[in-house]
Design a protein around this ligand. Structure first.
Ligand SMILES: [Zn+2]
Length: 486
């Protein structure tokens, strides 16, 4: 009996040594491991390939070419460790979801490093063999689209398994038979953690493997890892962690991984205030994955009450990018009170190779059950459609040298220009640019481009151009980009 107690005590000590303050330590040391060559909202295959080249020359990693995408881009498997438990993480199955791909390269730097966390890494790599597919959908990444080159959502091709990218993932799973999987995605910044104004910064899912949503050991272990990860991440982003809808999707990979015997954790990178490029959320991915490897290596998940999974708030879509409440609007001499919500949709300009935003009026009316990333109570204020400046500018240069803040103060949200540069879809100038022979509709209607202003006591207080708001009283706010209408 005594021996058992001693052994049990040693096991606990072992776990404690491996885990004490790991989350905090990773948080503090992250910058040291960050792969600075990839950043922002787009990661292309060329960038991945360049970094993979470095890993090939690094004796610690085993790099394998798994096959090619529809358009012939190579998909890689990077492995490290020699433990008996296989873990497989894959990113960017959806081409416009690059946050975790960046985090995987931070993790490779973490394992390349010789000095920091040496004991922990030795321990984890003796228990686990870690396998990574950074960027499963390189053709989608090239276009910044969710889907592959044939416009197929690869996460609906697990069952039929026709497309090369999906076949690669399935065959890696079958050959490694990993005990744990990490299915790494992005969701937009408008999801909330439960019925709250808090964004769902990280959302987890323990996918179901049947319509009944039964819980077998494979799914139970997924839930247990998520429960542990939630308590770790709550140290950094309390209240910003959510649980994704677990309706069974027979065509999705996560659901099928669980069916095939791999405890598969879905991680969605959502939104965080003032982090449009999701670089803070990338850091959270780095921390969450290393925490997860530690939780699996130490078998810490086995001591967890998996039912706590259901206490994580649900991933709800209750947030708009901008929500103005209690505005007064006039129609035929009568006044009505409305709320207005605006979302800024990410667009990819192929020609410029850049992300820009398109601000859309999402809804009008009683929006009292919703929240905004940015929210203003406009009680007593009146809303009006934006205006096009009546004179035509010859060139963009002429516009640039004019009094742009003065135009905004008068409620102008668009200007006309005779000679617009071809192929431009957006502009850094805080006014929409319209070609001389074109007119754009500034109507305050749902799905229209969001250009309007708000008056307080007869003066323009807020001007909204392409969904971005400037407070003219405090001179705060920024119009990241306006649109070009050729
Ligand atoms: Zn996705």
């Amino acid at each position: 009996m005594k021996n058992y107690i001693v052994i049990y005590f040693l096991l606990i000590i072992g776990n404690v040594v491996a885990q004490t303050n790991l989350t905090e330590n990773l948080y503090r040391s992250y910058e040291f491991f960050k792969e600075h060559s990839i950043t922002g909202r787009t990661v292309k295959h060329g960038e991945v390939e360049k970094l993979i080249g470095g890993l090939k020359n690094n004796g610690k990693f085993n790099v394998k070419e798994l096959g090619k995408s529809l358009e012939g881009r190579t998909i890689y498997l990077v492995s490290i460790g020699n433990g008996p438990v296989n873990v497989l993480a894959w990113s960017q199955m959806h081409g416009d979801e690059p946050t975790a791909t960046q985090a995987l390269f931070d993790i490779f730097n973490f394992f390349s490093d010789e000095n920091q966390f040496a004991e922990l890494k030795k321990y984890m790599l003796s228990k686990l063999t870690l396998h990574f597919i950074p960027m499963l959908n390189p053709d989608g990444a090239e276009r910044f689209t969710r889907r592959n080159a044939l416009s197929i959502d690869l996460n609906r091709d697990a069952a039929r398994n026709q497309f090369p990218e999906a076949q690669i993932l399935k065959s890696v799973r079958d050959s490694l038979n990993p005990q744990f999987g990490f299915n790494l995605h992005d969701q937009n910044s408008r999801y909330s953690a439960g019925n709250s104004h808090r964004t769902a910064t990280i959302s987890f899912l323990a996918p179901a493997y049947n319509y009944e949503k039964d819980i077998n050991d494979v799914r139970k272990n997924t839930m247990s890892v998520i429960v542990r990860l939630t308590s770790e991440l709550n140290k950094i982003i309390p209240g910003h962690i959510a649980r994704y809808n677990d309706d069974f999707e027979p065509r999705a990979f996560g659901d099928n991984f669980v069916k095939w015997g791999t405890s598969s954790v879905l991680i969605e990178s959502g939104g965080w205030a003032n982090d449009p490029d999701k670089q803070f959320i990338r850091k959270l991915n780095f921390i969450a994955l290393i925490d997860a490897f530690n939780i699996i290596a130490s078998e810490d998940y086995k001591c967890v009450d998996y039912t706590k999974y259901f206490a994580i708030p649900e991933n709800d879509k209750l947030i708009f990018n901008l929500l103005l409440r209690n505005l007064s609007v006039s129609f035929n001499g009568k006044k009505y009170i409305v709320d207005i919500s605006v979302n800024r949709e990410e667009q990819f300009d192929n020609h410029a190779g850049k992300i820009y935003y398109k601000g859309i009026i999402d809804d009008l009316g009683d929006l009292s059950i919703f929240y905004g990333n940015e929210e203003i109570d406009c009680k007593g204020m009146e809303i009006f459609p934006g205006k096009t400046f009546p004179e035509i500018f010859e060139t963009v240069e002429e516009l640039k040298s004019s009094d742009i803040p003065g135009l905004l103060r008068q409620g102008y949200t668009s200007v006309k220009i005779k000679n617009i540069e071809l192929h431009k879809k957006f502009t850094d100038i805080p006014l929409n640019i319209v070609s001389a022979n074109k007119n754009i509709d500034h109507g305050l209607t749902v799905e229209n481009n969001a250009n309007f202003f708000v008056k307080e006591n007869g003066e323009i207080r807020f001007i909204i151009v392409n969904g971005f708001l400037i407070d003219l009283k405090t001179n705060s706010g920024q119009i990241t980009n306006a649109l070009v209408f050729e």
